[in-house]
Design a protein around this ligand. Structure first.
Ligand SMILES: [Zn+2]
Length: 307
């Protein structure tokens, strides 16, 4: 069993044109919808920050195409041909291999996301993404190209350890992009819909909390497609009303245009935390972060916070 090749369907990646059409369609739909039903009020000039985000996205796309794809694509083919990694050893039917592959790749991306916040060397690059003063579909594409390059060894390890063949890898990559466009979007979903949806997938209100300037809120809701990793590791936080959130990082409170954005990781070391201004001020001078956000209330419901 272990030496049998993967089924031909699992060897074929999703066609590039289909993946591109799905991603472009999702971006266009969310870009229009979030302007019709905005969740949070904007603070920065829409045109210039969208331009910064799209140029950053283009640089990242070039880095992925030139450096990640030549490593990861042949690796996925080799994993399926030689039956390497967890899923290839299990000999599951194609549908089960695909489902388990997407779930495991999503879970291991959660771990990478935590590392980008916890390791100062990686935070230096990930902070460029978090320094956006607003959050919408264009933020989903705003990653420093060097962060993409630094993630290549992790991505390669994900493919080999999980045993993700070409089809699983391509479907996970496309789903991940659609998911990050969705959860970064500034789209106000009806509260009952989001209350139900966040049990399964990462939603805009959930990820809005991750982009808060308050460190304890940033250190929550790290998941990408499915929300289960946050429930599993008790890093879920649902009790922060969106109108109370200041989007961004305390160390960079001015809009970053593209040259500053690109130079950011190579300049001063970004501070991980700073006293969050608004909420603590409201609590009084003796208040601590713990007063502002009691951990026991972390999984309190949207019902209590969504108006
Ligand atoms: Zn993050």
């Amino acid at each position: 069993m272990a030496s049998v090749r993967s089924s031909p369907a699992m060897m074929r990646p999703l066609p590039g044109a289909a993946a591109a059409a799905i991603i472009a369609g999702a971006f266009a739909a969310l870009y229009l919808l979030e302007r019709r039903r905005p969740l949070r009020r904007r603070t920065d000039d829409d045109t210039s920050r969208t331009a910064t985000n799209l140029v950053a996205a283009a640089a990242s796309a070039v880095a992925i195409r030139a450096l990640e794809k030549p490593v990861v694509t042949p690796l996925a083919r080799m994993v399926a041909t030689r039956r390497l990694g967890l899923l290839q050893k299990l000999g599951l039917p194609p549908w089960a291999e695909l489902t388990a592959g997407v779930v495991l790749l999503d879970y291991t991306l959660y771990l990478w996301h935590v590392l980008t916040h916890k390791m100062p060397m990686l935070w230096r690059f990930h902070v460029a993404h978090h320094a956006d003063l607003d959050l919408d579909a264009s933020t989903a594409l705003r990653f420093h190209f060097a962060e993409m390059i630094l993630s290549i060894p992790w991505r390669a390890a994900q493919v080999v350890v999980v045993g993700a063949g070409p089809r699983t890898l391509s479907i996970w990559q496309t789903s991940t992009l659609v998911a990050i466009l969705f959860h970064h979007s500034n789209l106000e979903l009806p509260a009952p819909v989001e209350r139900w949806l966040c049990r399964l997938v990462t939603t805009p209100r959930m990820h809005g909390i991750h982009h808060s300037v308050v460190p304890e809120e940033t250190d929550s809701n790290w998941s990408t497609i499915f929300s289960f990793p946050d429930y599993l590791h008790a890093t879920i936080r649902l009790n922060v009303p969106q109108e109370e959130i200041t989007i961004g990082v305390p160390s960079h409170r001015r809009p970053l245009r593209i040259t500053t954005f690109l130079a950011l990781p190579f300049r001063e070391r970004p501070a991980r935390s700073m006293t969050p201004p608004r909420r603590l001020a409201a609590l009084g001078p003796a208040a601590s972060l713990a007063d502002a956000m009691p951990p026991a209330d972390r999984v309190a419901h949207w019902r209590d916070v969504v108006s």
